[in-house]
Design a protein around this ligand. Structure first.
Ligand code: GAP
Length: 452
């Protein structure tokens, strides 16, 4: 029987065991809630970015790419409202010396008695809440003096707004058009946790779509639908996704409307991606603070400040959702296997090339030459280490959708078997047809075999 829900502990342990993700600075005892990505983690992250980039840029004509600096002029963050308002209410416990978000006490554990929330036992001695800015500060230049203070960006979006004029002029765009960016963001979260879900350093994928104000509502709905469709296209189960619209009290200072695309993580329904109608807040504020007019002026003299629709997500949250959705355990022939049922275009390795007998020179030779042929265009892995059953299981655990096995028969008729990760079905095909088979298989629609 396949499993329906998985604990975060199992995901953490698989990521560790198979080298997707390691706790950072481990040999120094670790640094809370920061992570390093190993080989398969990097391959998977690259796939997530590539699929997003395809959907945002390569498959459309109305969005261009940008890669702005991490450290921007400090005035950017005054204009954006982050210096003043990017804060969370913080309380300290004088007894256990832990810090908590005052608005999330019910989601936190008491340092003395983890079955209780902070403030629930007589020992707890909480301070009054005070506002804590989540931006990491640094200094620019060798001297720590006034005026040298800068921030690591807490979102990639502002780098896009301050380049609005460049793109408008140099990429010769007119609304509706978008600017998309992928890059690291940093937030000094008070209570990071739940593995990669809330971390202090993460990689965002944000797209700012500039539209005539009258069309903003339509484009806002459009981008919610587009982004949900993207998650379904890459295999997330529909029953685990929902859209939740923020009430006015929950919205950020810049927002005229925000919806969270939520996923049913092991911690419950939580934000995977946000889609916001930011109105003209950002362009107006940067015009005010920089004195450079950020507006659209048409050839007929039409002039307006575009509204901005923003889908924003981190690779980390997508990665956790894909891993949770794909994780499965089942018994096959009285043996248990753990399998990641990932979309083939998200899986770190697309195919494994396995000689059945590692000591057979003939099999190894053919397997290696197939591997050399495929690796130029595909993410493939050659493995001749250990019994074939163990090699299959290793590939199942990292989510490799197909394995090509070179066996005795290959030596006589140049055919190989291809084993499907999900159905375990095997078919034979000519070794010369493997490349074409793999190209076609990757283009096929994929649906998870897991029940909804
Ligand atoms: N530019 C708008 C913006 O940054 P946000 O809701 O604060 O909005 C957007 O963040 C997305 O970034 C979230 O939906 C989530 O996917 C991701 N994200 C935010 N904080 C994160 C954190 N501490 N760790 C991992 N991902 C985070």
């Amino acid at each position: 029987m396949a499993i329906d829900t998985v604990s975060m502990d199992k995901i953490v342990s698989l990521c560790r065991r198979r080298g997707f993700v390691f706790p950072s600075s481990e040999i120094y005892g670790g640094l809370g809630s920061t992570f390093d990505f190993g080989h398969y983690g990097v391959l998977m992250k690259n796939n997530i970015k590539a699929r997003w980039f395809e959907a945002m840029i390569l498959e459309r004509d109305d969005i261009v790419a940008l890669d702005s600096a991490v450290i921007l002029h400090p005035r950017v963050w005054e204009a954006s409202g982050h210096v003043e308002g990017f804060t969370d209410p913080l309380v300290d416990c004088r007894t256990c010396k832990l810090r908590f978000r005052a608005d999330k006490l019910k989601d936190s554990q008491c340092g003395r008695k983890p079955s209780k929330h902070p403030g629930e036992i007589p020992d707890c001695d909480l301070t009054e809440p005070r506002q804590f800015n989540l931006m990491f500060e640094t200094t620019v230049g060798p001297v720590q003096e006034a005026g040298a203070r800068a921030y690591l960006r807490p979102e990639t979006a502002q780098g896009i707004f301050i380049n609005f004029k460049n793109v408008l002029q140099l990429a010769r765009r007119r609304p509706p058009f978008g600017i998309a960016q992928i890059g690291k963001s940093f937030r000094n979260e008070i209570t990071p946790g739940n593995f990669l879900f809330r971390v202090r350093e993460f990689e965002q994928m944000e797209m700012e779509f500039f539209v005539p104000p009258a069309d903003a509502e339509r484009w806002y709905r459009y981008w919610i639908d587009e982004r949900v469709a993207w998650y379904l296209r890459y295999g997330l189960r529909e029953s685990r996704l929902r859209v939740r619209e923020h009430g006015p009290e929950e919205r950020s200072h810049y927002s005229q409307g925000t919806s969270d695309i939520e996923y049913l993580y092991p911690i419950g329904w939580s934000e995977l991606e946000g889609v916001a109608n930011r109105g003209d807040y950002d362009l107006t504020r940067h015009t005010e603070f920089s004195t450079t007019r950020l507006e659209y002026v048409g050839q007929d003299g039409e002039r307006y400040v575009p509204y901005v629709i923003e889908p924003a997500v981190s690779i980390e949250r997508i990665m956790v959702a894909l891993l949770v959705d794909g994780y499965d355990e089942e018994v096959v022939g009285e043996r248990e296997r753990t399998v990641l049922r990932l979309h083939p275009k998200m899986a770190p390795v697309e195919a494994a090339i396995l000689p059945l007998i590692a000591k057979s020179e003939g099999m190894v030779g053919k397997a290696r030459s197939l591997y050399e042929e495929l690796r130029r265009r595909h993410s493939v892995e050659y493995d001749d280490n250990g019994a074939i059953g163990r090699r299959y299981r290793r590939q199942d655990e990292i989510g490799t959708p197909w394995a090509f096995t070179i066996d005795e028969q290959t030596l006589s008729d140049d055919t190989v078997t291809v084993r499907d990760r999900d159905s375990l079905a095997q078919e034979r095909l000519p070794i010369t047809g493997v490349r074409g088979w793999l190209d076609d298989a990757l283009e096929r629609d994929w649906k998870t075999p897991k029940a909804n």
